[in-house]
Design a protein around this ligand. Structure first.
Ligand code: ADP
Ligand code: MG
Ligand code: MG
Length: 868
C-alpha cells in the first residue's frame, strides 16, 4: 500500500485519501500554479496509527525516507544540512475542512546549527532566529502540549525588557535570548530538550498531527458539524515559503468573492513580513488585500488572476492562502469558501447568471438551515435612532442580538446553561473557545480581522459577530470590559449589530429580516424544482402575510382555537362553555360566529384563491376556563353567574388525561353546535368574498378522527350544512372536507376514512405522541437521557421517526390512495419544516407540507433538494 503521495501524483478527487488540503494542493500543482513542493501522508496511515495505539505503522519510515530524499532533490536543500537546510511545514488536513481545529508546525528542520546556516544563506540573521523561535514555540505546543502562555510569558518578558511594542521591534539578540529561554521552558515543563534532529522533529510532528485528530476541540467541532469520527486526517509535509523574510514578503488569506455579502470582488487580508498564523490568529491586525494592489500591483494582479482561475476550475467561490517570499508568490491552500447565508444565496444566483453553474447546482449548494439564518432579525433604523453607538468594529457575521457580557468561554457557557443570553467579548478567540462560542448569541473581539478565528467561526455558525473592535479593552483581572473610561462589568447587557459592526449598551429588540432579492430568486427556482408543495401554518393574517412573502402555496393549517384566546373572545367562549342548554349557548355562539367570520374573511382575502385549510376546534374545553381562584371570581362577575356554578362547571370539565379526553372531533359529537357555528362562519365569509369577486376555496379539516364511521357522520353533517346554505341563496361553493391523520387507528383504517375525506393531513405531533406514547409536554423528563444513551437518534418531535411513525404514515398513504387514487395528502406537524425528513415525505408520496411561516423557505429548498 502506497502511504505517501507527492503533490504532483494526486488530484482533487482524492480527498478521502489525501484530505481536502492535500487533494487541493495536488490539484493546484497539476494546474501549474506556484505551490511549494511537498507530499501527503494518507488518511489510511492515520487509521493504522489509531489502530496501532499511537505508533506509526511499519513501512512508513522507509517510504518517508525515500520521499525526503526526493523532496531534498526538488528543493536543492538537505535536512539537517547546516549549510543549506531544508525546512518544511507539517500540516494536517482532513477530508472535510475543519478550520483551525488541527495544528500546523512551521519551519521544521531548524536546530541550533541549521539556524546559523539559514542566517548565512539568507544573509538575514534576524529572520533565521525568528523562524527558529516560532518553531520551538509551535512544536512545544503541538507535540508536547506545553501551554502557549508559557512561551508567551517569556516573549512578553523580553519585549517588556527591551521596551518593544511589537514582535517586529525585537532585534536578533532579543530573538536569541528568547530561543534560550524557550529551550529552558522545555527543560522545566517536560524535562527534556527540544529535539535537534530534523528527522526526529518530523516523525514527532507527524504523530502529533495524527494524535490531534482526537483532541477535544476537534471532537467538539466534529460533533457540531456532524462529521464522522472515522474519516481521519492526512499529513502534508511541504517546503517552507518564507513570508517573514522582509518587507518584500508577507502572507495572507483571500476569498475570490466576499464571504460576507457575496459581492464579486477579491476579499481578504495580508500582513507584511509575517508568517502563517499571524494573519488568522488576530495577534496583529492585518491590512485589506486591496492595499496590496497599491503596494505590489504585479503580485496583486497575478494573485487575482489565479483566484479567478481557481473559481472557474472549482465552479465555486474559493478561500485561498498565500505567501510572498522576496516578491515571489506561493499558494498554500485553496478550498470552497465558507460564507454567510446572505453571501451563499448571492454567490449561487450570480454564478448561475455568469454561467458558471446551473440552477440545480445552485439549489443543491445552499444548506436549507442556512436559509433560516438569513431570515434572522436585524435592528431597524427606527430602533437605532435613539441609541448611541458604544463602539464599532468590523462587521464579521451579520445578524443582531443582545445579551449579557461574558469574557471567557467557560463563563459564557455557564451563563447560557443558566438560561441567560450571552455576548462573548474577548480580545481574540481560539479553537479552545468553541463551546463558549456555540453558547453565545453574539461574539465580539477587540483584535483581529475579517478572517480571524472569531470571524470565521461566527459566520460558520450563523452567529452574529463583530471583530477587531479596538476601542474595547477586555480585562479578565477586573472582570469587565473598558470602553475609554466607561466600565462595563461582566453581566452588563449589550446589543451587537453584526451587519454594521456597531455595539450598543442595553437590550434592543431585533426586527425580522429585510427582503433579499437573491433569496427570492432561489425560492422561485426551488418552487419549480420541488415536488412537495409548501403551505404555511397560519392563524392570523400577519402570519399568513409573512408566509406569502416567503412564497407559501396557501394555508395548510389554521388552528381556530388560537383565535379564541383574545380577551374579548375568551369571555364569549367561556359564556358558551358555562351555558347548560343549547338554547343558552345561542347568544355566545352568535357573538363568536361574528368574530370568526371576520377572521376567515381576512385570511380568504389575503389568499386570493389559494387554499386556506381551517381546522375546527381541537383542544379540550377546559383550556379556556379560569385556572385559579382569582380568575374564577373575575370570570363569574363578567359572566354574571354565581361563582359556585362556575366552579362546578370547571370541576365537571376537568379530565384526568385531557390530551386523550374530550377534544377534537369528539367535541362535535357532544356539542354539535360549536362546529356548526364555525362552518357557518366559513360559509358567511366565503359568500362575502364572492360578493367582492374574490375566489375562495375553503378547506375544512376535522381533527383527531379515529374511524371511518366518525368521519362519515361528521363529514355528512358539514356537507349537508354547506349544501343547504348554498341552496337557500342559490350559490355554489367549491369546498373540501378532509381530516387530520393523527391517531394510529386512523392510519390503519385510512381506506375507510378516505371514503369520506377529500384530503388527509398528517398531524405528526399527535401521531408521534400517540405512537410512542410520549407525552409531548413531558418528554423533557426523559428525552435527554434517551439521546445521551443513544436510545433515540433525535427528538422525534423535531425529526420524523421514519421507522415507526413514518411506517404508519406510509401505510395510511397506501391505504388512503387504494380507496381514492388521487387523494391529496399533506403533513402539518412540526416536522413539516424539517429538511432532513423531506426526502422521506417525497418518497412516500406526500403532496405538501405545512409549517410555520419562517420555515417555509427552508422547506421549499429542502423540497427542491429532495427532488434533484
Ligand atoms: P489550517 O488548516 O489551520 O489553515 P494550515 O496547514 O493551512 O493550517 O497552516 C496554517 C498557515 O501556516 C497557512 O495559512 C500558511 O500561512 C502557513 N503555512 C503552512 N505551510 C506553509 C509553508 N509550506 N510555507 C509557508 N507558510 C506555510
Ligand atoms: Mg489553512
Ligand atoms: Mg393534533
Amino acid at each position: 500500500m502506497k502511504q505517501i503521495y507527492f503533490f504532483n501524483e494526486g488530484n482533487r478527487d482524492m480527498r478521502t485519501l489525501l484530505g481536502g488540503k492535500g487533494a487541493n494542493l495536488a490539484e493546484m500543482t497539476q494546474l501549474g500554479l506556484p505551490v511549494p513542493s511537498g507530499f501527503t501522508i494518507t488518511t489510511e496511515v492515520c487509521h493504522a496509527f489509531q489502530a496501532n495505539h499511537g505508533e506509526l505503522p511499519a513501512g512508513l519510515m522507509t517510504e518517508l525516507k525515500a520521499s525526503l530524499i526526493e523532496l531534498e532533490k526538488r528543493a536543492d536543500k538537505k535536512f539537517n544540512d547546516p549549510e543549506n537546510p531544508l525546512l518544511v511545514s507539517v500540516r494536517s488536513g482532513a477530508p472535510i475542512s475543519m478550520p483551525g481545529m488541527m495544528d500546523t508546525i512551521l519551519n521544521l528542520g531548524l536546530n541550533d546549527q541549521t539556524v546559523q546556516g539559514l542566517a548565512k544563506l539568507t544573509n538575514n540573521e534576524r529572520f533565521a532566529w525568528d523562524c527558529y523561535r516560532r518553531l520551538i514555540q509551535m512544536f512545544g505546543n503541538v507535540v508536547f502540549q506545553i501551554p502557549e502562555q508559557r512561551f508567551e510569558k517569556e516573549l512578553s518578558a523580553v519585549k517588556a525588557d527591551r521596551h518593544a511594542t511589537s514582535d517586529l521591534d525585537l532585534t536578533t539578540d532579543d530573538l536569541k535570548e528568547i530561543v534560550k529561554r524557550y529551550h529552558n521552558v522545555y527543560l522545566e515543563e517536560i524535562n527534556r530538550p527540544f529535539p535537534q534532529s530534523a528527522t526526529e522533529q518530523l516523525t514527532e510532528a507527524i504523530s502529533a498531527v495524527f494524535t490531534s485528530w482526537n483532541n477535544d476541540r476537534a471532537i467538539v467541532y466534529r460533533e457540531l458539524h456532524h462529521i464522522s469520527e472515522t474519516l481521519g486526517t492526512a499529513v502534508n509535509v511541504q517546503m517552507m515559503a518564507f513570508g517573514n523574510s522582509g518587507d518584500d514578503s508577507g502572507t495572507g488569506v483571500a476569498f475570490s468573492r466576499s464571504p460576507v455579502t457575496g459581492e464579486n470582488r477579491l476579499f481578504g487580508e495580508f500582513l507584511k513580513n509575517a508568517q502563517g498564523e499571524d494573519v488568522v490568529s488576530g495577534v496583529r491586525t492585518p491590512k485589506p488585500i486591496q492595499e496590496l494592489a497599491d503596494e505590489e500591483p504585479e503580485i496583486y494582479e497575478q494573485f487575482r488572476a489565479i483566484t479567478e482561475q481557481l473559481e472557474q476550475h472549482y465552479h465555486d467561490m474559493q478561500d485561498v492562502e498565500f505567501t510572498i517570499e522576496h516578491g515571489k508568490l506561493f499558494l498554500l491552500q485553496t478550498r470552497d469558501g465558507k460564507r454567510t447565508p446572505k453571501a451563499a444565496v448571492k454567490v449561487a444566483v450570480d454564478q448561475v447568471k455568469e454561467g458558471l453553474i446551473n440552477k440545480e447546482q445552485a439549489l443543491l449548494r445552499i444548506d436549507p438551515e442556512q436559509i433560516s439564518q438569513l431570515l434572522h432579525p436585524e435592528f431597524t433604523a427606527e430602533q437605532l435612532k435613539t441609541k448611541d453607538v458604544l463602539a464599532t468594529g468590523l462587521p464579521a457575521s451579520p445578524g443582531a442580538a443582545s445579551g449579557e457580557i461574558q469574557i471567557t468561554a467557560a463563563a459564557a457557557k455557564a451563563a447560557n446553561d443558566a438560561g441567560h443570553k450571552v455576548v462573548l467579548v474577548r480580545q481574540d478567540t481560539s479553537p479552545e473557545d468553541i463551546s463558549g462560542m456555540i453558547a453565545s448569541s453574539a461574539i465580539v473581539t477587540s483584535r483581529g480581522g475579517m478572517t480571524s478565528h472569531a470571524a470565521v467561526v461566527a459566520r460558520g455558525m450563523g452567529t452574529c459577530g463583530v471583530v477587531g473592535c479596538a476601542a474595547l479593552n477586555v480585562s479578565e483581572e477586573d472582570q469587565c470590559v473598558y470602553v475609554g473610561d466607561q466600565k462595563l462589568p461582566v453581566g452588563t447587557v449589550i446589543s451587537v449589530d453584526g451587519t454594521t459592526g456597531n455595539l450598543y449598551v442595553g437590550e434592543i429588540e431585533a426586527d425580522s429580516a429585510a427582503h433579499d432579492e437573491n433569496l427570492q430568486q432561489i425560492l422561485d427556482w426551488a418552487k419549480e424544482a420541488g415536488e412537495v408543495a409548501v403551505y404555511a401554518n397560519a392563524d392570523t393574517p400577519a402570519d399568513f402575510e409573512q408566509a406569502l412573502r416567503f412564497e407559501a402555496a396557501g394555508i395548510g393549517l389554521t388552528r381556530t382555537e388560537h383565535m379564541f384566546f383574545a380577551p374579548e373572545r375568551l369571555i364569549e367562549m367561556r359564556r358558551l362553555i358555562v351555558a347548560k342548554t343549547a338554547e343558552d349557548r345561542k347568544p355566545a355562539l352568535a357573538a363568536l360566529k361574528e368574530m370568526q367570520t371576520e377572521d376567515f374573511k381576512a385570511l380568504y382575502r389575503l389568499a386570493e384563491g389559494k387554499t386556506v385549510t381551517v381546522r375546527l376546534l381541537d383542544p379540550p374545553l377546559h383550556e379556556f376556563l379560569p385556572h385559579d381562584e382569582k380568575e374564577l371570581n373575575e370570570t363569574a362577575a363578567d359572566l354574571q353567574v354565581p361563582v359556585e356554578d362556575l366552579r362546578k362547571r370547571v370541576v365537571a370539565l376537568k379530565e384526568v388525561n385531557p390530551m386523550l379526553g374530550l377534544r377534537g372531533s369528539r367535541l362535535a359529537v357532544t356539542m354539535p353546535d360549536v362546529y356548526a357555528m364555525q362552518v357557518d362562519a366559513i360559509i358567511s365569509a366565503a359568500f362575502a368574498l364572492q360578493d367582492e369577486h374574490i375566489l375562495v376555496k375553503p378547506h375544512i379539516m376535522l381533527p383527531l378522527i379515529a374511524s371511518k364511521i366518525e368521519m362519515e357522520v361528521l363529514r355528512n353533517r358539514i356537507s349537508d350544512q354547506i349544501d343547504a346554505a348554498c341552496e337557500e341563496v342559490g350559490r355554489e361553493l367549491h369546498y373540501q372536507v378532509g381530516t387530520m391523520i393523527e391517531l394510529p387507528r386512523a392510519c390503519i383504517e385510512a381506506d375507510g376514512i378516505a371514503e369520506n375525506a377529500d384530503f388527509f393531513s398528517f398531524g405528526t405531533n399527535d401521531l408521534t405522541q400517540l405512537t410512542f406514547g410520549y407525552s409531548r409536554d413531558d418528554i423533557g423528563q426523559f428525552l435527554p437521557a434517551y439521546l445521551e444513551k443513544g436510545l433515540l437518534p433525535a427528538d422525534p418531535f423535531n425529526t420524523l421517526d421514519q421507522t415507526g411513525v413514518g411506517e404508519l404514515m406510509e401505510m395510511a398513504v397506501t391505504r388512503g390512495r387504494e380507496e381514492k387514487h388521487s387523494l391529496p395528502i399533506g403533513v402539518c406537524g412540526e416536522v413539516g419544516g424539517d429538511p432532513s425528513s423531506m426526502q422521506f415525505f417525497d418518497r412516500i408520496g406526500i403532496d405538501y407540507v405545512s409549517c410555520s411561516p419562517f420555515r417555509v423557505p427552508v422547506a421549499l429548498l429542502a423540497s427542491a433538494q429532495a427532488a434533484l
